[in-house]
Design a protein around this ligand. Sequence first.
Ligand code: OXD
Ligand code: MN
Length: 648
Amino acid sequence: MWTSKDKSISVEGKGDFSLLNAAVSDFLEQYVRTCSPSRLHLCDGSDEENKKLCELMRESGMVRPLTSKEYTNCWSVRTDPTDVARLESKTLICTPKEEQVVAEGARHPGTPNMLGKWMSEEQMDAQMKDRLPRCMKGRVMYIIPFSMGPVGSPLAKIGIQLTDSPYVVASMRVMTRIGTPVIKTLNTGAEPTEFVRCMHTVGRPDPADPAEVQKAKMRLPTWPCDPERVLIAHYPMRREIVSYGSGYGGNSLLGKKCFALRIASWIGKEEGWLAEHMLIMRVQNPEGDVRYVAAAFPSACGKTNLAMMEPSLPGWDVKCVGDDIAWLKFDNEGRLRAINPENGFFGVAPGTSLKTNPNAMEMVHRNTIFTNVAYTERGDVYWEGMDPTYDLNNTKVISWRGIPHWKPGMCTMDGEVITAAHPNSRFCTPLSECPVVDPLYNSAEGVPIDAIIFGGRRPDTIPLVFESFNWPHGVFLGSAMRSETTKAAADVTEKLRHDPFAMRPFFGYNFGEYLQHWLNLEKPGRKMPSIFHVNWFLRGEQNEFLWPGFGENARILEWIFKRLNGDSSVARASPIGMLPTNSGIRSNDLSPSVDMDRLLNVDHKLWLKEEEAIRSFLEGQLGKDCPAGIVEQIHSLRERLANTCSEE
Ligand code: OXD
Ligand code: MN
């Protein structure tokens, strides 16, 4: 039984509530009063607890176990079809002043704000007052203590998530470190009140309100949600997140995008470090040299594949520290150190195959929660691009929408292709299951970063790889990123969009300040990582990819290694940065052969347009908040392009 401080409310509860310190108890009390749960469950994080939860979800029809012998402790979940991805338009940062979140340019009337959306704290509180009261009536509120980063690491941060979704508890257990050790660490640490307050509800309609109950009948019964009223609010100054109406991962696993990127980027700005949308990998060459690399690509652009790739070049080795988020901080020796604050992968399933990511294909056979993939009569899962040899004709496949005899080529009456799996369907797997996880993934002090790679999905203009001239130019390259959009967000319609630092949906504060923070990191005595830009997605006349990608990207890593070792013979200056010489990247043994001239071409006409697009985006969004260091970079690019054009 849990009882409030003033003894005015008591709720039946499971778990040792005496572990909760005064600050955690106050947070809990606030939301117990508002949400009126009928029971509480303080999660200890044990295997036994997890087993019982999975059983409960199976009985309620929310999850199905994969019964095929090839899978151990794996589950499949279908969400309501209206709740399948992040919702950028419903995601807001709430602070006292708009300028804390929106840069000057985007505050101009008539200029669309393309980066973080703002609402005042009071306005948001009022919106939530309309949504939260009694939202957990008749149901369980789970309390999840979790650590982003290894428990007790000086780089880690603690959160407490309240949720009414057992799916969220099971997924948070995979994605973060949860349970009793975390709460004990909070209590014995220097700041027991310092934790991020995370409140989540699927927004199940109030059973006492007939209109709401009627609306709920339109939803998948096993997946309550309130899609019309979804709101994901971040209060960085209060260190609080309130997420209403969606059970989908990016909106409900609050440790991930909400805490580890939006709130953490704010904390990082205050404390002098970075929270970035980056994978972290360890690369070793045949001579035994080891480099750690962090890479930022927009959602669903291949971070997971790169983070655990099997290099095609003999003697090269890759180990994975993380595939989505990096927290980076300079240590006392001036080295940039990174931890992966997460403890699992929440990867996009479609397109994952033995060819594109053999290590992911191996690991998803254990302790994995699949969401919105297809389920088959063999008791296993299927998704587009998984296995060209899969016998679809003789296997009954149930699509993610529950179509019982799905077959390839099925269409709606409007001629729209019906897919087996949702394009944003996911696997949620513990990091420890990855066959190539780096032994240092749990290291408290993090790994030393030598290179940062930016990248995007561009069919033209951006060469296969190039290097920045220096740190400020590298920061500019991050700010100039553009990429074709994917299905990771449900409410994005542009085809090609600006996605600076791959952080567009994840900035926690004013983009101008963010850029200045990056520029300020360069200080005497610090070993600044080199910065590169890659594009594996160049296409030819028939829309074919010009570069094989995947394991062959080791060839690009080889060039990056040479550059890190100071080899100037493999690079030449160009208006956009240091490009590989044509023989700088080993490619003559590739079959089919590749056209290196084309892959490394800087087309002036296209680049003049690119420069225009970058300039108008940065000037438009930033206005007076554009740091002088970035203004200088914009001018220099223009000048370099103009000079080269006139030489031709
Ligand atoms: C993700 C995303 O889920 O970036 O990682 O959308
Ligand atoms: Mn991501």
